[in-house]
Design a protein around this ligand. Structure first.
Ligand code: KIV
Ligand code: ZN
Length: 387
């Protein structure tokens, strides 16, 4: 592994993820998730927005004190009191980071009613202030993907000169597309003096379902930090899902030779826990962590998987810490799967008995959406009673 191919994983489940309407987590839940993120190898944990509430401040401070490996980051608007409050919370960490941002697109500039020069001055002032407090400063031009390129280059250069060590390029409204996401990073790397000395991050939202593709395209163009959340939790349609980018880089390392330090076997555990504490169920067919992501129901698929799992699986369930059976019985299942499943349940069937049980299994599967192990045991008990 060469260092230039190392990709830093920045998890913002506890900040952007928690901004999903209804996803509020308790203090204890936040600490638990932060500990899981730390243990799975997340490089930077964005633990909250300290000025947003007393609760957020307390959670970020506590996570900062408890973190063992990860950099602990807090978010702050481009205002000096926000930055001071953020520092008060993250300063307890072994490796603290201040992340400050301002909306730079025409629509966002209109909100604080700053013209281009006034905003440039604000960026210089706030990044300088943050850097005087902390060695590790991240700056984000919110809505970067809808910001004029010349202005974006100008403000990124100002932030770098003021001491930002990471420049994050947010696609705040999930508007960009992979080719454009890559071109933007490439343009910044080519045009901004000092760009080679800092890390570019990509922060994508999923409004058009392209967050993962956009993040990976940015990495291919030179971004080296991916901002993401567990299960893709986040405002509106959510953020880039951590499990998707990490597994995409692992499974397609042949064409995307970039390395993260994530222990992928911890993915399923944290996915389930985030779903529980946020109250956001994971859709059944969600990539990587959905209930159906590794299940095979049709006869052809089951037969293939039983003979060689690689026929229909590009990664192993154990890679994400899933140790459950990947065969689910239903009306599309075939004899080979039924025989194998019954064998797992302790029933060794001859050909004639299998034929009989298979007919009754199909009739049951036509009536029931899912066939559980208990249904098969009941079927076998009936079969034994009738012979
Ligand atoms: O989406 C966004 O622009 C953000 C910023 C605060 C980085 O979350
Ligand atoms: Zn965001």
């Amino acid at each position: 592994m060469t260092d230039k191919n190392r990709v830093w994983i920045f998890d913002t489940t506890l900040r952007d993820g928690e901004q999903s309407p209804g996803a509020t987590m308790t203090h204890a839940e936040k600490l638990e998730i932060a500990q899981m993120l730390d243990e799975m190898g997340v490089d930077i944990i964005e633990a909250g927005f300290p000025i947003a509430s007393e609760g957020d401040f307390a959670a970020v401070s506590e996570i900062a004190k408890l973190s063992k490996n990860s950099v602990i980051c807090g978010l702050a608007r481009a205002q000096l009191p926000d930055i001071d409050r953020c520092w008060e919370a993250v300063k307890h960490a072994r490796q603290p980071r201040i992340h400050t941002f301002i909306g730079t697109s025409p629509l966002h500039r209109a909100i604080p009613n700053l013209d281009m020069d006034q905003m440039a001055e604000r960026i210089h002032q706030t990044v300088t202030h943050a850097r005087n407090l902390c060695d590790n400063v991240q700056w984000s031009p919110m809505d970067a993907t809808r910001t004029e390129h010349d202005y974006l280059c100008r403000v990124v250069e100002i932030a770098i000169k003021a001491g930002a060590t990471t420049i994050n390029i947010p696609d705040t409204v999930g508007y960009t597309a992979p080719r454009e996401s890559a071109a933007l990073i490439q343009m910044l790397l080519e045009r901004v003096p000092g760009a080679d000395d800092i890390i570019f991050a990509t922060h994508c939202h999923n409004d058009l379902g392209m967050a993962t593709a956009n993040a990976l395209a940015a990495v291919e163009a030179g971004a080296r930090q991916i901002e993401c959340t567990i299960n893709g939790l986040g405002e509106r349609a959510g953020n880039t899902a951590l499990e998707e980018v990490v597994m995409a880089l692992k499974v397609r390392h042949d064409i995307m030779p970039y390395d993260t330090h994530i222990d992928t076997t911890k993915i399923m555990g944290i996915s389930r826990r985030v779903s529980q504490v946020s109250g956001f169920p994971v859709q059944f067919n969600k990539a990587i962590v959905g209930k159906n992501a590794f299940l095979h129901e049709s006869g052809i698929h089951q037969d293939g998987v039983l003979k060689n799992v690689e026929t229909f699986e590009i990664m192993r369930p154990a890679d994400i810490g899933l140790n459950e059976a990947n065969i689910v019985m239903g009306k599309h299942s075939g004899r080979a799967a039924l025989r194998s499943k019954l064998r797992d349940l302790g029933y060794e069937l001859g050909d004639n008995q299998l034929k009989d049980v298979f007919v009754r299994f199909k009739a049951l599967a036509d009536r029931k959406k899912e066939i559980y192990d208990d249904d098969l045991v009941a079927l076998m008990q009936d079969s034994t009673a009738n012979t």
